[in-house]
Write a protein that binds this ligand. Structure first.
Ligand SMILES: Cc1ncc(COP(=O)(O)O)c(C=O)c1O
Length: 307
């Protein structure tokens, strides 16, 4: 089969078993989102938001596209903008890894780096992200561009309902638990919605960085953490609390440990949020709260090449 363009390489990612790091009881499998052309889970939302805006006339032919991004949404947008013929401007916190700037610029995007407010390089806080969002809104005004606004756009969740449909088809059986970290929340919410519709008993577990757990109802004590792209210390605008059973905390040390294990034992070179997802899924499977033959699904959000 010949894909018509890079846009058609987005989605339909495989599920991969993590039998070497979790030999059982039960089975842990992960959706390999790092295989998409922009290298992350965000490609799905990027494509969905741009195609919807073009369809309903909010995004005209050749009009610039503008977004605030930790790098992954930017890369997804850069892929889609290249194919669809839109110039792209990305405002990004300077705390995100330089590899992301390289990739974005390589894909033809213009990157504006926004100084950090209270984070440090490699650890981007909610305040850093808000500063980047302000810069992006200014850029949209200056360029007359379409502001993507990933946190408020509704198309991202619909795009991830498709991820949920794929998981159900690929698993071919009852899914007992779904485990994922939250940035905009689109991937957690979209997938949880579909899995719960198929099996209301599916346990949907959020992953939050230790010390920054508003979804668990905790006051944020430590805004800085390594799980880039997630854990911004605030509840996303389209959050649906009815889909969350509980939150699992993961420390930076655990994320580093699991990132190494996934690389060395599974041959999967992925980022920190993906490693945190696997760490949290293993904690859930060790908890004894699931049936012995449970199938747990998590997300490998992005490639390790971006760090
Ligand atoms: C590395 C990484 N992991 C996880 C996520 C979370 O995805 P979502 O925005 O769907 O919650 C993001 C979002 O940007 C990300 O960049």
């Amino acid at each position: 089969m010949i894909a018509a363009s890079a846009l058609d390489l987005i989605g339909s990612t495989p599920l991969v078993a993590l039998d070497r790091v979790w030999p059982g009881p039960g089975r842990l499998v992960a959706k390999a989102e790092f295989l998409q052309p922009g290298g992350s889970v965000k490609d799905r939302a990027a494509r969905a938001i741009l195609l919807a805006a073009r369809r309903d006339g909010r995004l005209a032919h050749r009009t610039p596209v503008v977004e605030m991004s930790s790098g992954n949404m930017g890369a997804g947008l850069a892929v889609a903008c290249a194919v669809l013929g839109h110039p792209l401007f990305v405002a990004m916190s300077a705390g995100n890894s330089p590899e992301r700037v390289k990739m974005l610029e390589g894909l033809g995007a213009a990157v504006v780096l926004v100084p950090q407010v209270d984070g440090v390089p490699g650890q981007v806080t909610g305040a850093d992200v808000e500063a980047a969002a302000v810069a992006a809104r200014d850029l949209a005004k200056e360029t007359g561009g379409f502001y993507v606004d990933q946190f408020n756009a509704v198309e991202g969740i619909a795009a991830h309902e498709q991820t949920g449909i794929e998981i159900l088809e690929q698993a071919g059986r009852r899914v007992d638990a779904w485990v994922a970290a939250v940035g905009s929340g689109c991937s957690f919410v979209g997938v949880a919605r579909r899995l719960r519709a198929a099996n209301p008993a599916t346990r949907c577990m959020v992953v939050e960085p230790e010390g920054s757990r508003p979804l668990a109802g905790e006051t944020v004590r430590k805004a800085r953490h390594m799980l880039q792209g997630t854990g911004y210390g605030r509840t996303p605008p389209h959050w649906d609390a009815s889909l969350m059973d509980a939150s699992i905390a993961v420390s930076d040390e655990e994320a580093v440990h699991w990132r190494n294990r996934l690389a060395h034992e599974e041959g999967l070179y992925i980022g920190y949020s993906a490693a945190a997802n696997v760490c949290a899924a293993v904690k859930l499977m060790k908890s004894g709260k699931l049936r012995p033959d449970a199938l747990v699904v998590t997300l490998l959000c992005d490639t390790g090449l971006k760090y």
